[in-house]
Design a protein around this ligand. Structure first.
Ligand code: DX5
Ligand code: ZN
Length: 225
């Protein structure tokens, strides 16, 4: 089983010193930057958009994983790709024509991901799973950082893992929301490969050491047989 990836979410960083947060991720064992775009419509909160991502892209030395929590994201795929996104993840619940949006992401030169809210069953991905690079299982209801991990997500991660295996898809499973050292091993053993962590990293006394500890977790490989 190849190593898992760590994707710190800048949402929990101190935006007065965004440069420091970017440097921190650049100079850590983290693999990706996770960027949370919220429109105040699909989710109650508003965060940031293409402009900020463009600024981050100027200094970031790692993969930019853009998570669009916005209604009808097909309207903005090209502009997020132009802003510097390497991967773009849209919510299944926000797309009337999910298949089309996935192709649009690929045509824009990015890796394509689909996110599922906690109430959305994994089987909505059955007819698109072979086209996906990433399946994002939300482990909180999206919209805010610092929420409590929803434990029912563990069997759901496993269902996503089984769907991917049955369809011989190369999609990675990413988990997002309430992830930290206390549950990282469990989600990895359920099949997750990318751990998003906002508060657990940026609110820690030593964010770099926390990233390193998360990266160093050794899941039991037998768990996935
Ligand atoms: C939640 C966002 C998350 C958020 C995670 O809607 O998608 O990426 O930043 O934050 P934590 O890790 O604090 O739950
Ligand atoms: Zn996110």
């Amino acid at each position: 089983m190849p190593n898992h990836l760590i994707a710190p979410s800048l949402l929990a960083a101190d935006f007065r010193r965004l440069d420091q947060a970017i440097d921190l991720v650049n100079n850590s064992e983290a693999d990706w930057f996770h960027l949370d775009v919220m429109d105040g419509n699909f989710v109650p909160n508003i965060s940031f958009g293409q402009f900020i991502i463009e600024q981050v892209a100027r200094d970031a030395k790692k993969y930019l994983d853009v998570h669009l929590m916005i209604e009808d994201p097909g309207r903005y795929i090209e502009s997020f790709a132009a802003a510097g996104a390497h991967g773009i993840t849209v919510h299944a619940e926000a797309c009337n024509h999910l298949h089309r949006v996935i192709q649009q992401i690929k045509d824009a030169g990015c890796q394509a991901g689909v996110a599922l809210n906690p109430h959305t069953p994994v089987n909505v991905l059955e007819n698109v799973i072979e086209d996906l690079d990433l399946v994002l299982i939300m482990t909180v209801n999206p919209g805010f950082g610092g929420q409590k991990f929803i434990y029912q997500s563990i069997p759901k991660i496993r269902q996503a893992y089984d769907l991917i295996t049955v369809h011989n898809s190369s999609a990675l499973i990413e988990v997002d929301g309430g992830i930290g050292l206390q549950n990282a091993q469990k989600v990895l053993e359920a099949g997750a490969r990318v751990l998003v962590a906002g508060s657990a990293v940026f609110k820690a006394d030593d964010p770099r050491a926390t990233i390193s500890k998360m990266k160093g977790i050794n899941p039991n490989p037998v768990a996935l047989i």
